[in-house]
Structures are given as structure tokens and as C-alpha cells.
Write a protein that binds this ligand. Structure first.
Ligand code: MG
Length: 226
């Protein structure tokens, strides 16, 4: 009996220490979330909403069991968006022989011009190019990353830039990763590598980056807010 209790205690501790591994309590409350009223799937089980970057050619990344795997160049949505709420689930491959930007790199370009980084950054002191960063611009306030090979969530709210009489009011972004707010209503500027021809204040597509690593995505939906 004592041994059984001890095992249960050890198991509970293992679970707790996993979710608190980096000093922050993660949760999967939005994992598998269905699109709310007014939202549409960008990816559920087909790539019908997607084309190869900068083209009208249908996207060809492999799809299996409602999972999309990065392969064959960046892809972008046909529809374009201004202000929106968006949900994305992603899974980073285990690449122990790689480090830094070569380890599970992809990215979600919001409005075609702002890269929300996807990378294996588990356990790291985050820099401005790690997972959850707006690339080379905003360091996430906490490390809410899971280890590779686990599904993670991004819940994103973007208020696009507004350009009036030659003045630009910057876009504002909030990101919740694995139930933890990592970017809280911050101003952002365009990052390198986005969709050509999209400027601040324009509506833009969502782009998924092929950085040569087999990152996976599933359950991607978006709700326009404008
Ligand atoms: Mg990237």
C-alpha cells in the first residue's frame, strides 16, 4: 500500500514538474478548440485555402490525419485579413543534433508581414529570435514552450496597422502560447521574409514558413475582427 501511494506521489510530482518545468504553469485549454461564431478554418483537413508563396499555384505540403507537414516552400492563404483572432496548433520535430535557428524552425506570418517565430526553444533563456518572438523584435515575456514532439497552441489577436494621412499607427499584437500570455498588446513592425507587396496597413494573407524543418500544424482557424 505504501509503495502504491509512493508511486502515485512520484507520478503526480512528475506531471507537476513537467507543466512547471520552466517556472510557468502551461495549460491546454485551447487545444482542439473549435472555431467560434464568425471564424473559418484555414486548415482543418485540406489545403484548399492555400497557395505557394507569391503565386496562384495550389499549395502541396503533405496532409495526413488532419496534420500538415512543412515541405516544399512557404505557403500563404488566398484570403487576406486585417484585424483578427487566430488559433494555431504546432508540433516541433526532435532535432538533437541541431541548435539555434536550425532546430525546428518555421514561422507564422501574421497579415503576411509579421513573423511569429516557431522554433525548439524549450528550456532556453529566450532571445528575440526564439519561439514566440516577433522575429528580431519582441522577446516573449516568459518561456511557455513545450519540448519538441508535443502539440502546442498559439492564440493570437492582431489589430492591424492603420495608415491615415501619411501617419502609421502600428499593428498591436497579443499572443497566448500554451495558455500563457507571452506578448501583451505590443506594437509590432514588419519582419524580414514576408509576402512581397504587402505594406503596413494593408490586409495580408497568413503565411507559413518552410525553413527546411518538418514542423507540423493542425487546427488553424481565423476570425476577422474588422
Ligand atoms: Mg522562422
Amino acid at each position: 500500500m505504501t509503495r502504491l501511494c509512493l508511486s502515485a506521489l512520484t507520478f503526480s510530482f512528475a506531471i507537476a514538474s513537467q507543466s512547471l518545468a520552466q517556472g510557468v504553469a502551461l495549460n491546454d485549454d485551447s487545444m482542439g478548440a473549435k472555431p467560434p461564431e464568425g471564424a473559418t478554418y484555414l486548415f482543418s483537413d485540406s489545403l484548399s485555402n492555400w497557395v505557394k508563396k507569391g503565386s496562384d499555384t495550389p499549395a502541396t505540403w503533405p496532409v495526413q490525419d488532419r496534420i500538415l507537414t512543412v515541405k516544399g516552400g512557404d505557403i500563404q492563404t488566398r484570403p487576406r485579413y486585417g484585424d483578427f483572432q487566430m488559433h494555431v496548433e504546432f508540433n516541433i520535430p526532435y532535432m538533437p543534433d541541431k541548435t539555434g535557428q536550425a532546430r525546428g524552425n518555421s514561422g507564422v506570418y501574421l497579415g503576411g508581414i509579421y513573423e511569429l517565430q516557431v522554433l525548439d526553444s524549450y528550456g532556453l533563456k529566450l532571445q528575440d529570435n526564439d519561439c514566440g518572438a516577433i522575429y528580431k523584435q519582441i522577446i516573449p515575456s516568459v518561456n511557455a514552450c513545450k519540448p519538441p514532439l508535443q502539440w502546442q497552441t498559439y492564440d493570437i489577436t492582431l489589430h492591424s496597422a492603420k495608415v491615415k494621412e501619411g501617419k502609421t499607427q502600428k499593428a498591436r499584437l497579443t499572443v497566448v502560447q500554451n495558455g500563457v500570455k507571452i506578448i501583451d498588446d505590443k506594437e509590432i513592425s514588419p519582419t524580414p521574409g514576408g509576402v512581397d507587396g504587402v505594406k503596413e496597413g494593408d490586409k495580408g494573407p497568413i503565411l507559413l514558413q518552410d525553413h527546411g524543418n518538418a514542423v507540423q500544424y493542425r487546427n488553424i482557424w481565423i476570425k476577422p475582427l474588422d
